[in-house]
Design a protein around this ligand. Structure first.
Ligand code: XMP
Ligand code: MG
Length: 180
């Protein structure tokens, strides 16, 4: 626990957040035509997506994408590479919901949404567990937000620092002594 300066979002609050966001998605997609496909942005969104999908009542399918953005440590870089893509012949029937752990500059989701629209998806929306609006470099608005947070580096519940801390059941603020 010493690497973590404080718990920002407890396991109980995360449970309430995923319940609320799932209800919002249910409401908006209950009458939608076509398939509903959750797109997990690996690896950070695994835990959030797992909890979220269990609370949905609309039937969903899942896909995963993986992105690398060059940058190191606690800053996300500007150059984006797609390492794993959605590969389905029926993409034109798919209403995609991209599931992200955190939006920072907005560059990753701006790139990904455009990419998926260009591939011919029937519709594309985004949901993020966490949003740091003060960090935006591009104007990107997500459709569903778990919680807005201040500009602190957070870990846990899927989020990592150097691949560590993903297993923590809460979101915590990483003590700057770990990375400075
Ligand atoms: P954008 O493109 O919106 O990228 O800048 C969002 C990605 O940046 C990473 N990120 C974080 N990862 N704790 C993390 O573990 C953080 O506080 C944090 N802020 C940004 C993350 O990979 C996310 O997908
Ligand atoms: Mg990520």
């Amino acid at each position: 626990m010493s690497d973590i300066s404080r718990v920002l979002i407890s396991a109980e609050e995360l449970d309430r957040i995923t319940t609320r966001v799932a209800a919002e998605i249910d409401r908006d997609y209950k009458d939608v035509e076509g398939r509903i496909v959750l797109v997990c942005v690996l690896k950070g969104s695994i835990v959030f997506m797992g909890d979220l999908m269990k609370k949905l009542t609309v039937p969903v399918e899942i896909e995963c994408v993986r992105i690398s953005s060059y940058g190191s440590g606690t800053t996300s870089g500007g150059r984006i590479n797609l390492l794993l893509d959605v590969d389905r012949a029926d993409i034109g029937e798919c209403n995609l919901i991209v599931v992200e752990d955190i939006i920072d500059s907005g560059l990753t989701l701006t790139f990904l949404v455009k990419h998926l629209i260009d591939k011919g998806a029937k519709s594309v929306r985004t949901v993020t567990l966490l949003d740091k609006p003060s960090r935006r470099k591009v104007d990107f608005k997500t459709d569903y937000v778990g919680k807005e947070i201040p500009d602190e580096f957070v870990i846990g519940y899927g989020l990592d620092y150097d691949e560590r801390y993903r297993e923590l059941p809460y979101v915590g603020i990483l003590d700057p002594s770990v990375y400075s």
